[in-house]
Design a protein around this ligand. Sequence first.
Ligand code: AMP
Ligand code: FES
Ligand code: ZN
Length: 323
Amino acid sequence: MKCRVCGKEANIRLSAYNTALCADDFLTFFERRVTRAVQKYHLIDQTDSTLVAVSGGKDSLSLWYILNRAGYLSDGIYIDLGIDEYSRVSFEKARLMADRLGRRIYRFSLPALFQKGIGDLSKVMRRAPCSLCGVLKRYLMNKACIDAGYTVLATGHNLDDEASALFGNLLYWKEAYLYKKSISLEGRGDYLAKKIKPFFLCSEREAAAYAILSRIDYVYEECPYSVGAKTLLYKELLNKIEVTSPATKIRFVKGYLERVKEQEARPDPERCARCGYPSYTETCNVCRLVERFGTGEAIRIECFEPAQATATPDISAKADAVV
Ligand code: AMP
Ligand code: FES
Ligand code: ZN
């Protein structure tokens, strides 16, 4: 198996593109796909300041790294869910990257606000940890982005995440969610940040290969509460289809992007009467949680400055050259 670009021994086969590449050419290929997506879908403008939601996993760390290499200088936000060792190690990896990039990282800690992690909080709420976690993460990432003055919030959702979510929404005809998953969701005024997913068309396997080849130290374990999650089953099923029919996932998700309804047509979400952030009810879920279980502390976001100045090689000139 030879690299299609240089003819040397290939390190990775990319069946979806009917090609194989050596390590160096794969890194270039992957970075170009991400920067092209940023440009093609107008994810980040020159006037934007970007905050990356960093979980400590391969996707968000690689995304943070690539955006900074491509000249989209961005900081990070980490949400500590209070999942013991898993959360501690995840933040350690996020900080390592912050130092490598010479960028700032913010942290929001659930135990500081509730004296409970997501496990205990979901028990007292009698709610599945992942669904409660989703509500809190969405709220806190949006709040951090707006409060700290950033205009765009980037997450590391990849092709496999999007294909499995779309598959699940179609399987159960969850039409209310169906058209809310685009590569970019416009913000609203001073209470809803613009959200972008630059890895929308990049597979989980590609993101893992990129992280390993770029020597990015990330958390290998999945969140302990994700065991048995339906999305993991959907990912497995879609990967089985992919083996016999390469490029199925990317066609599925690209087809969705072509059909996705104009986000601008969506009505402005209502605002929570207490905090002013988006809410479907008069008082948002998070304000109600804080009222019931909060320690009385205000929601506080810590800020950590990097330990050293940036030494990240800049690929912005290269990225522009391939447009
Ligand atoms: P997940 O929902 O765990 O598949 O994560 C999807 C994306 O959400 C990640 O790529 C991150 O960008 C973001 N994310 C997930 N968990 C966290 C966290 N604890 N702190 C900050 N961002 C997160
Ligand atoms: Fe949210 Fe696991 S419960 S990441
Ligand atoms: Zn609220």
